[in-house]
Design a protein around this ligand. Structure first.
Ligand SMILES: NC(=O)c1ccc[n+]([C@@H]2O[C@H](COP(=O)([O-])OP(=O)(O)OC[C@H]3O[C@@H](n4cnc5c(N)ncnc54)[C@H](O)[C@@H]3O)[C@@H](O)[C@H]2O)c1
Length: 254
């Protein structure tokens, strides 16, 4: 049974993994015996995270690049393939928020969120599948959101990006399935990370989360590891184009 969920020795690239959900996924894959390539916007932000996982015995590498920069992405993916080996699993996790009421949202903040939360998954995946296609093997996981399904005030840019990412997941699954590249999404509910710090610190929002979610609490980032390992392993060999919501049951109830 254990071998069904085995990811030992596989190389996994996780974008935006210097902290938060990406970091917890990196730790989870290290603990499962995978080789993890971490990514963030600068070497400085990555260093401490890499050191932490190395100290715990992880086989970890770090490549700093901006996931929205097509040339930087292509150069770094080629370096990873050359120096570390075949990327078997790609997790498109990098993401940002810029909160404004829609009617006041500056165009720059609209575009920036679409760029980081949606366009980057296309850019990084296209650079990685170039290597996956000839090998006829790959797993891609896009980190979406409850906002792929339902909107909330002041994050119209994020909702549009995450809704788009859900459909991009289905497009990748449709077009790349024939190469044995499986693409799925994980949609987290509300998790305690830097991205949601202002929401956690708002007593009304915190109360709202706890009253709406059947499990009556925020998710812990490490609670996403199981879903990511499942979708990366042989256990999910016929799962393609699916969105797996890890939300404490939020979507199950009105
Ligand atoms: N925290 C939640 O409740 C929650 C809920 C649903 C979805 N998500 C999604 O999960 C993902 C991770 O969120 P988080 O809460 O860990 O956020 P976070 O802010 O803690 O971490 C985001 C990471 O992305 C990186 N990043 C940002 N822009 C980048 C760029 N241009 N290039 C490379 N790296 C970049 C940051 O350096 C950081 O490491 C995001 O896609 C987010 O939308 C989070």
């Amino acid at each position: 049974m254990e071998s069904l969920f085995d990811v030992k020795g596989k190389i996994v690239l996780i974008t935006g993994s210097s902290r938060g959900i990406g970091f917890c996924l990196a730790k989870g894959f290290c603990d499962a015996g995978a080789t993890v390539v971490m990514n963030g916007t600068s070497d400085a932000t990555l260093k401490d995270s890499i050191d932490t996982l190395k100290a715990a015995g992880g086989n970890v590498f770090g490549y700093a690049f901006d996931v929205t920069d097509e040339k930087d992405v292509a150069r770094n993916i080629s370096l990873i393939e050359e120096r570390i080996g075949y990327i078997s699993i790609l997790i498109n996790n990098a993401g940002i928020q810029r909160r404004f009421p829609l009617e006041q949202m500056p165009l720059d903040d609209w575009k920036k969120v679409i760029d980081v939360d949606l366009n980057s998954a296309f850019i990084v995946s296209q650079a990685v599948v170039k290597y996956m296609i000839p090998r006829k093997y790959g797993r891609i996981i896009n980190i979406t959101s409850l906002n792929s399904e339902a909107a909330r005030n002041s994050i119209g840019n994020y909702c549009a990006a995450k809704g788009g990412l859900k459909m991009l997941t289905k497009s990748m699954a449709t077009e790349w399935g024939k190469y044995n590249i499986l693409t799925n999404a994980i949609g987290p509910g509300y998790f305690s990370t830097d991205l949601t710090k202002s929401l956690q610190d708002d007593p009304k929002f915190d109360e709202w989360v706890k009253s709406e979610v059947p499990l009556q609490r925020w998710g812990k980032p490490e609670e996403l590891v199981g879903a990511a390992i499942f979708l990366s392993s042989e256990a999910a060999s016929y799962v393609n184009g699916h969105s797996l919501y890890v939300d404490g049951g939020w979507q199950a109830c009105l």
